[in-house]
Write a protein that binds this ligand. Structure first.
Ligand code: IDP
Ligand code: MG
Length: 166
């Protein structure tokens, strides 16, 4: 087992449906540590960076609107979970991308749906592998927001406080 970290987003449909508590309770089954958490509003720039690997998909524009909260609430909850096999354990409890194919006891199987426009409203995002986790965690969080040292940092120039990603 390898200790690693993963970015989790409770997406706008999860917040709109008051599923935050349910999702966090399901995630606690993993016995991982929460090492960062915040509520954030997703700008177009952040949304497009987060989903940059999807930009050629026919549903890309809908996906950007979805994660920005155009259809629900304009906020997401972002978290970093850390511990043995964090990436794998969290993906397992999330279930398959398509909420109708996801095992019914997973978070996406329990709470997700497909809209008439064909968007998978699947409640939760979780990083797929270590490279994706690193890119995403650095996109969503500053080093000082995370209570463990997971990636190398450098001290920012004297005009700025704190650390930045090295
Ligand atoms: P993942 O979230 O399970 O890692 P990705 O392939 O990275 O799945 O897709 C990112 C997000 O894009 C999904 O969570 C879902 O919201 C949306 N998505 C993925 N594939 C489809 C599709 O075929 N139709 C509609 N939406 C999709
Ligand atoms: Mg993905």
């Amino acid at each position: 087992m390898k200790t690693n970290q993963t970015l989790i987003l409770i997406k706008p449909d999860g917040l709109k449906k008051s599923l935050t508590g349910n999702v966090l309770t399901r995630l606690s089954e993993t016995k991982l540590d929460i090492v960062a958490a915040k509520i954030a509003q997703v700008s177009k720039g952040l949304a497009e960076k987060h989903y940059s690997h999807m930009k050629d998909k026919p549903f890309f524009n809908e996906l950007i609107k979805y994660i920005m909260g155009d259809y629900h609430k304009k906020k997401v909850m972002a978290l970093v979970y850390w511990g043995p096999d964090a990436i794998k354990k969290v993906r397992e409890i999330c279930g398959s991308t398509n909420p109708e194919e996801a095992d019914t006891v997973t978070i996406r199987g329990q709470y997700g749906r497909i809209t008439t426009k064909g968007v998978y409203e699947n409640v939760i995002h979780a990083s797929t592998n270590e490279e994706e986790a690193e890119r995403e965690i650095k996109l969503w969080f500053e080093p000082n927001d995370i209570i463990v040292d997971i990636y190398p940092t450098k001290t920012a120039d004297i005009n700025k406080k704190g650390k930045t990603w090295a």
